[in-house]
Design a protein around this ligand. Structure first.
Ligand code: FES
Ligand code: FES
Length: 274
C-alpha cells in the first residue's frame, strides 16, 4: 500500500501506546519518517494494520540494503589484480581475481594440468607443488602469494627429455596405477629430498638434535602422509623414494614378461599367466 494515499489528519503521538512508541523508535532507526508512522496509526485506529505495513516496509528496506551490499561484492569480484608468476622456466604476467588459488591459476589460466585437483580442501595432496623448493598445497595457496617466488610443478621436474631421478624411480618401481595422485606424490617426494638434506625433523624423528639424513621407511611414510593414493600404490612409492633418497638400488618387485613367457600366452589351451 502506498502511504501517500492515507488520510492527512495526522494525530500527535500523545495517544500512542507504549508498544507503538517502541515500534516507532525502532522504525525511525531504519529510516521511516515519524509523520508516515503517525499517518498509518491514524488510518487503522488501533494502529495494528499500520504496524504490519511498517514491518513490511522495514523488511523491504533491509532486503534492499542486502541487495545493494551483494551488488557491491559482485562488482568487487570483477576487479582483477596483476600477478606475476614464475612457473618452471617461464614468467607469466596475469590478471587474476585476487581470490584465485594457485591451483586454479596453474590449471585454468596457464593450462598446466599436470597438477591435479582432488579434494580442493587441503586433505588429499593431489595439488602439491613446490614454491621456492618447499612443497605447498596449491588449493590452499592464493596465486598472489606465489608472486616473486619460483613455482615448480610436475611439468618442471624433468630436464627436457631427461626425467628427474624420482620420476624414473616411480616408473621402475611401478609407483602408480591410475596416476591421479602421482604429480602431487612426485612433487612431495622431490621436496622431501631437500628436507632431509637440511636435517629437518618429522613427527617420528627420535633425536631432534640430530635428525637423520638417510630416512627410514617410517620417516618416509610419515613425511608422505599428506599425499593420499586411492589406488594404494604406497609400497612401490615408498621403494622409489627410499631408493632415490638413500642413493642405493632397491630391487624391483615386478618385471616385464620375457619373450618366452609372451609366446606361452598364445599357446592353445595354455593357462599360463605372467
Ligand atoms: S586438492 Fe589440494 S589437498 Fe586435495
Ligand atoms: S595411483 Fe591412483 S590415486 Fe594414486
Amino acid at each position: 500500500m502506498d502511504v501517500s494515499q492515507l488520510p492527512h489528519d495526522v494525530p500527535d503521538d500523545g495517544g500512542l501506546s507504549e508498544d507503538e512508541k517502541a515500534i516507532l523508535g525502532e522504525l525511525q532507526s531504519s529510516g521511516l519518517p515519524r509523520r508516515e508512522f503517525l499517518k498509518l496509526v491514524s488510518y487503522t485506529g488501533a494502529g495494528v494494520m499500520g504496524i504490519q505495513l511498517l514491518a513490511e516496509r522495514k523488511a523491504y528496506a533491509e532486503a534492499a540494503s542486502i541487495a545493494s551490499e551483494t551488488a557491491g561484492i559482485a562488482e568487487a569480484s570483477t576487479s582483477s589484480i596483476p600477478v606475476r608468476l614464475h612457473v618452471n622456466k617461464a614468467i607469466h604476467d596475469l590478471k587474476l581475481d585476487p581470490r584465485t588459488t594457485l591451483l586454479d591459476a596453474l590449471r585454468e589460466t596457464l593450462a598446466l594440468t599436470g597438477t591435479k585437483k582432488g579434494c580442493d580442501h587441503g586433505q588429499c595432496g593431489a595439488c602439491t607443488v613446490m614454491v621456492d623448493g618447499r612443497r605447498v598445497l596449491s588449493c590452499l595457496t592464493l596465486a598472489a602469494q606465489a608472486e616473486g617466488k619460483l613455482v615448480t610443478t610436475v611439468e618442471g621436474l624433468a630436464n627436457g627429455e631427461e626425467l628427474h631421478p624420482m620420476q624414473d624411480a616411480f616408473i621402475r618401481h611401478d609407483g602408480f596405477q591410475c596416476g591421479y595422485c602421482t604429480p602431487g606424490q612426485l612433487c612431495s617426494a622431490v621436496a622431501l629430498l631437500d628436507e632431509a638434506k637440511r636435517g629437518e625433523a618429522s613427527f617420528v624423528t627420535k633425536d631432534l638434535q640430530q635428525p637423520p639424513h638417510e630416512l627410514t621407511d617410517d620417516e618416509i611414510r610419515e613425511r608422505m602422509s599428506g599425499n593420499i593414493c586411492r589406488c594404494a600404490a604406497y609400497p612401490q612409492i615408498l621403494a622409489a623414494i627410499r631408493e632415490v633418497q638413500s642413493g642405493r638400488k632397491i630391487s624391483q618387485t615386478w618385471g616385464f614378461a620375457t619373450e618366452e613367457q609372451l609366446a606361452g600366452i598364445g599357446r592353445e589351451g595354455s593357462h599360463e599367466t605372467v
